[in-house]
Design a protein around this ligand. Structure first.
Ligand SMILES: [Zn+2]
Ligand SMILES: [Zn+2]
Length: 226
C-alpha cells in the first residue's frame, strides 16, 4: 500500500484535532473532522497543496463539525457523515448555546451519508469507514488498511470517549473498541479527535477502561473529552 500523508491542526475551544490525509503522489486528500477553524484548515491545505475530495466527520459533535459548512463552501468538497448522528447536526445551534459559543454562520448539511464499510478513495490512498457507535450512535473511524486509523472521540491515548451525552452508551463503546479497533494490527497508529497519537497495541495492553486488564464494570465518570 502506498503511504498516506497525515497533517494535524489542533484547534478551537475544545482543543480538537482536525486531520488532513492525502496521497503524496496526486496531492488529493480528505479532511477528517473540520473542527472550529476552517480558515486554518484552508491555509494548511494551501501550504500542502492538497486538493480536497471530501470532508469527513467522525461524528456530529460541535467541536468536530463547527466549520464544516465554511470548508465545504470554500473547497466545493462534499460533507460526509454517518446518518445516525444527524440529530447532532440538527442541534448544532443548541450545542453552541450549551457551551456559550457562537453557532457557525452556515449550518453543515450532509451531502452524502457515510456507510459502514464504505471506501473513500483519493489518489493512491483510501480510507475505509468503520461504524463504531458508543460515543455517539453515528460515530465512525477511518482506516487506511495500512497502519493508520482516525478514531474520532471513540478512543484516546489512555482514555475513551464519554458516553454520557444523548445517544452515548458504555457497553456499545466497549463493543466497538474491542470488537472493531482491537481487531486491527497492534502497530496501527491511532490519530484521535483530541490529544496525542497512540497505537492499537498500546491501548489494548494498557487502556484503563477497555484494555486487557480493564474490569468493565460501569461507565467511567468525568472523562476529559467530548
Ligand atoms: Zn465527541
Ligand atoms: Zn470531540
Amino acid at each position: 500500500m502506498p503511504p498516506l500523508e497525515v497533517r494535524c491542526l489542533v484547534n478551537g475551544p475544545f482543543v480538537e484535532n482536525t486531520w488532513v490525509a492525502f496521497c503524496p503522489r496526486t496531492r488529493e486528500g480528505v479532511v477528517v473532522d473540520p473542527g472550529f477553524e476552517p480558515e486554518g484548515v484552508l491555509s494548511l491545505l494551501r501550504k500542502e497543496r492538497v486538493k480536497v475530495l471530501g470532508i469527513l466527520a467522525t461524528h456530529g459533535h460541535i467541536d468536530h463539525v463547527w466549520g464544516a459548512a465554511a470548508l465545504r463552501e470554500a473547497t466545493g468538497a462534499p460533507f460526509r457523515m454517518h446518518p445516525a448522528d444527524g440529530y447532532w447536526l440538527e442541534a448544532l445551534e443548541r450545542q453552541a448555546a450549551m457551551f456559550g459559543l457562537e453557532p457557525p454562520s452556515a449550518l453543515p448539511v450532509v451531502d452524502r451519508p457515510l456507510a459502514e464499510g464504505e471506501r473513500i478513495r483519493f489518489g493512491d490512498a483510501l480510507l475505509e469507514t468503520l461504524h463504531t457507535p458508543g460515543h455517539s450512535p453515528g460515530g465512525v473511524c477511518f482506516h487506511d488498511g495500512a497502519g493508520t486509523l482516525f478514531s474520532g472521540d471513540l478512543l484516546f491515548q489512555g482514555s475513551i470517549g464519554r458516553t454520557d451525552f444523548p445517544g452515548g452508551d458504555f457497553p456499545t463503546i466497549v463493543r466497538s473498541i474491542r470488537g472493531r479497533i482491537f481487531a486491527l494490527p497492534g502497530g496501527t497508529v491511532v490519530h484521535s479527535g483530541h490529544g496525542p497519537d497512540t497505537t492499537v497495541g498500546e491501548e489494548k495492553a494498557g487502556n484503563p477502561f477497555v484494555g486487557d486488564g480493564a474490569e468493565l464494570l460501569d461507565a467511567p465518570g468525568d472523562l476529559p473529552y467530548g
